[in-house]
Design a protein around this ligand. Structure first.
Ligand code: PRX
Length: 649
C-alpha cells in the first residue's frame, strides 16, 4: 500500500442519487444513534421476534462481560426461519445452492423449516441438552446451515471448524469445547475431485486416545465415497435426520444464552474459542446486514462468498441474511472450478444483486484478467462489499469498474471474529467512500484511534499511527474466551484497562476528513487471504518436525494473498539439509498440524536467527529479508554475523 495517504484521500465515490434515495440506511441514522445509543439498539433489537420482550437494554456492570437485552427471550432459528414462513413467505427461496460439480438445489423458507425441524428432532433424540456443544466440520452444503440452525433452535452451542483444517486442529477444538457430537460429511469436492472428510474426523477423535467427550458422529452423504465407520458411534444423516418428523416447536432461550464458539488465532499457539451469545449477536448481524448491504427481502439476490468455517459465514451467510429473509446463493467450491469463469457464471445464473467477498479474491480476479468478467452479464449487481483485510485502492477501483461498471457502491467492512458483526463501514446510500478506507463506525458503534498512552491520535497526522479501540460496548461483542476468562481480559481489555477500551489488535489512522484507514495487525497475527493465522501456531507446527530445532515465522507482504507465511528454520544438529525434499516435508508437517492454509510460502533453512540481547527474535529484520529490503537497524543484535548468513539464505 504505497500510495500516499493524502493523494488517496482526494478521490471519493458518492452513491448515485438514485441509490441514495432508496437506501435502507439514511444519514439520520447516525444522529438517531448519537442521541440515545441504547434506545437505538433497542429499536434494532425489536426488528427481531422476542418470545419474551426485554425491559433492559445493556447491563455493563460486570464489564468487560456485557449483557444485552438480558431479560428478553428469543429463539435464533425461529427468527431466521419460522417467522418468515408464518408471515407468508414460505415459498420464497432462501438458498440457491450451487455444488462444485455443477449440481444445484433450491431451498425455500418452508423447506428450510422442515429440514431444521427434522434435524432438531433428531438431535433431541440423541439426548443433547441446551448448552451442550456440537462440532460442525462440513463443506458448504445446505446441511451445514441446517445443522447450525438446528443447534441454535435447541440452544446447543455450535463450534464450526473450517473443513480445510487438519484432523489435529479439529481434535484440539473438540477437546477444548468438550463437544458431544460431531456433524460432518463423507467427503467434500475440491477442485473437481472428491476428498475424504469423515476419515479426518476418525483420525481426530478415534485411534489410541479417543476424544473423551464425543458420543456420536452424524454424517451427511455428499460424495458417496467409501467411508470408515464405527458402529454405535456413527450415524448417517439420511437414515436419521431425514426420517425424523418435520414438526418442531422452537423454545425460547435467554438473550445471553451461548449461540456459538468460533476458534480464532491469537498471539500464542493455542486458538481461542470466541464465545457469542444470542440476542445481541442476532440484533447486530441483522441490523448491519440490512443497513450496510441495503438488503431488500424478496427482491435482492445476495451472495457472500465466505465459508461457514469463518465468522463471515456465520454472520453474513447464516444469521444476518436469514434473519432478514434473504434469498442467497451458497456456492460449494473454489472460484476456478472447472475454470475461471465459474464465479461470474454463478452471478449471471442467479442474477446476484449484492456481492460480498475478500480483497484477496478480487486481486486473484485481477490477475486472471478482466476479459473473464467482461464476458458475462453482471448488470444485476447493485452493491459490492469487501472484508477480511485492508483493500488496496487499485483493487478497490478495479472492483468498482469491472464488477460494478462504476455504478455500485462498495462497502469496505471492518470487523473481527470477536466483534461478531460489522463495526466500521460506509453506509452505501450515504457515505462518499474512499478506496481503501473503511470510513466510519456504523451508527450505534463508537471507536477511537489512540497512541500508547491512550491519547486520541490527531486527524490527518500522517505519522500518527495509532491503535484501533472500541470505547463503548456493542451488542454482538464477544462475551469471553471459552474456558479462559483470564485470557479474554488479558488479550482485549488489559492494554487500555484504565480507559476500559476494547483493544482490537489493529493499527489505524484517521485522515484529515476523519475517514478511518485500518493498517493491519499490530500483533503476531498474520492475515493470509483474509484468514487469521498466528506466527506461534506455525512455529510450533514446524518445531514439531523432527529436523527442526528452532523456527521463526513472519507474514511477508504478498500481492495476491495480502500476507504470505515465510518461515526461517534452524536444523537440529546432525540433520542433513536435503533441500526441496526437506522443505516439503516441513510444509507437510504444518498442513498436518493446522491445515493447508497455514503452509508457509517459503521456508529458509538458516544457521542462526537474529536475536536481541534479551533473546527476542527480531521479526522486523526477518520481514526485511523476506521482502527483499535493505536490512534496517541491526545494532541490538547479539551477533551481527547472523545478518550475513540471512542475506545468503
Ligand atoms: O486485521 C483486521 C482484518 O481482519 C482481522 C479480523 O480477522 P477475523 O477475526 O478472521 O475476521 C475476518 C472477517 C471479519 C482484523 O483484526 N480485517 C477485517 N476486515 C478488514 C480488516 N482489515 C482492514 N479492513 C477491513 N475491512
Amino acid at each position: 500500500m504505497s500510495t500516499d495517504l493524502t493523494e488517496r484521500a482526494l478521490s471519493a465515490y458518492a452513491p448515485s442519487a438514485e441509490f441514495a434515495a432508496q437506501a435502507n440506511a439514511q444519514a439520520s441514522l447516525y444522529q438517531e444513534a448519537e442521541e440515545d445509543r441504547e434506545a437505538f439498539w433497542a429499536k434494532q433489537a425489536r426488528r427481531l421476534h422476542w418470545h419474551t420482550p426485554f425491559s433492559e437494554v445493556l447491563d455493563w456492570s460486570e464489564a468487560p462481560v456485557a449483557k444485552w437485552f438480558a431479560d428478553g427471550k428469543l429463539n435464533v432459528a425461529y427468527n431466521c426461519v419460522d417467522r418468515h414462513v408464518e408471515a407468508g413467505h414460505g415459498d420464497q427461496v432462501a438458498i440457491h445452492w450451487e455444488g462444485e460439480p455443477g449440481d444445484s438445489r433450491a431451498l425455500t423458507y418452508s423447506d428450510l423449516l422442515a429440514e431444521v425441524s427434522k434435524a432438531a428432532n433428531y438431535l433431541t433424540e440423541l439426548g443433547l441438552q441446551p448448552g451442550d456443544r456440537v462440532a460442525i466440520y462440513m463443506p458448504m452444503i445446505p446441511e451445514a446451515i441446517v445443522a447450525m440452525l438446528a443447534c441454535a433452535r435447541l440452544g446447543l452451542t455450535h463450534s464450526v471448524v473450517f473443513a480445510g483444517f487438519s484432523s489435529s486442529a479439529l481434535r484440539s477444538r473438540i477437546d477444548d469445547a468438550s463437544a458431544k457430537l460431531v456433524i460432518t460429511t463423507d467427503g467434500q469436492f475440491r477442485r473437481g475431485k472428491p476428498a475424504p472428510l469423515k476419515a479426518s474426523v476418525d483420525e481426530a477423535i478415534g485411534g489410541e486416545t479417543p476424544a473423551p467427550s464425543v458420543e456420536h458422529v452424524l454424517v451427511v452423504r455428499r460424495t458417496g465415497q467409501d467411508t470408515p465407520w464405527q458402529e454405535g458411534r456413527d450415524v448417517w444423516w439420511h437414515e436419521t435426520v431425514e426420517q425424523a418428523s418435520d414438526q418442531h416447536e422452537a423454545q425460547a432461550f435467554d438473550a445471553e444464552h451461548p449461540l456459538f464458539l468460533l476458534y480464532t488465532s491469537g498471539t500464542t499457539g493455542k486458538p481461542k474459542g470466541i464465545v457469542h451469545t444470542s440476542g445481541g449477536y442476532l440484533t447486530q448481524t441483522s441490523y448491519t446486514h440490512d443497513a450496510v448491504f441495503d438488503h431488500k427481502p424478496g427482491k435482492d439476490v445476495y451472495w457472500c462468498t465466505a465459508d461457514i468455517g469463518w465468522v463471515t459465514g456465520h454472520s453474513y451467510i447464516v444469521y444476518g441474511p436469514l434473519s432478514n429473509r434473504a434469498t442467497q446463493v451458497v456456492y460449494e467450491g473454489t472460484p476456478n472450478s472447472p475454470n475461471e469463469h465459474r464465479h461470474f457464471e454463478v452471478i449471471e445464473k442467479y442474477g446476484v444483486t449484492i456481492y460480498y467477498t475478500a480483497p484477496t479474491l478480487i486481486r486473484t480476479f485481477m490477475k486472471w484478467g478482466r476479459e473473464i468478467p467482461d464476458a458475462h452479464d453482471l448488470s444485476t449487481l447493485r452493491l459490492l462489499g469487501t472484508v477480511g483485510e485492508p483493500i488496496n485502492p487499485e483493487a478497490w477501483r478495479w472492483y468498482h469498474e469491472v464488477f460494478g461498471h462504476g455504478r455500485c457502491p462498495i462497502v469496505d467492512t471492518w470487523w473481527q471474529t470477536e466483534t461478531g458483526a460489522i463495526m466500521i463501514s460506509p453506509l452505501p446510500g450515504v457515505t462518499e467512500a474512499k478506496p481503501g478506507s473503511a470510513m466510519a463506525p456504523l451508527p450505534g458503534i463508537s471507536v477511537q484511534i489512540v497512541d500508547d498512552e491512550a491519547h486520541a491520535v490527531e486527524r490527518g497526522a500522517t505519522e500518527a499511527n495509532g491503535y484501533l479501540v472500541v470505547d463503548k460496548p456493542w451488542p454482538s461483542m464477544l462475551r469471553g474466551i471459552w474456558g479462559d476468562m483470564q485470557r479474554f481480559k488479558d488479550t482485549y481489555w488489559s492494554r487500555f484497562a484504565e480507559q476500559g477500551y476494547y483493544f482490537a489488535g489493529d493499527g489505524a489512522k484517521f485522515d484529515e476528513d476523519g475517514a478511518i484507514w485500518v493498517l493491519g495487525r499490530v500483533d503476531d497475527v498474520m492475515n493470509i487471504s483474509g484468514h487469521r493465522i498466528s506466527t506461534a501456531e506455525v512455529e510450533s507446527a514446524l518445531v514439531g518436525h523432527d529436523a527442526v530445532a528452532e523456527a521463526a515465522v513472519i507474514g511477508a507482504s504478498d500481492e495476491t494473498t495480502g500476507q504470505a507465511i515465510v518461515a526461517f528454520v534452524i536444523l537440529r544438529k546432525g540433520v542433513e539439509n536435503t533441500g526441496d525434499e526437506l522443505v516439503s516435508s516441513m510444509r507437510a508437517a504444518v498442513a498436518k498440524d493446522i491445515g493447508h492454509i497455514a503452509k508457509p510460502r517459503d521456508i529458509y533453512v538458516v544457521p542462526e536467527l537474529p536475536k536481541t540481547r534479551s533473546g527476542k527474535i527480531m521479526r522486523r529484520l526477518l520481514r526485511d529479508v523476506a521482502e527483499g529490503r535493505e536490512l534496517g537497524d541491526t545494532s541490538t543484535l547479539v551477533d551481527p554475523a547472523v545478518v550475513e548468513s540471512l542475506r545468503q539464505k
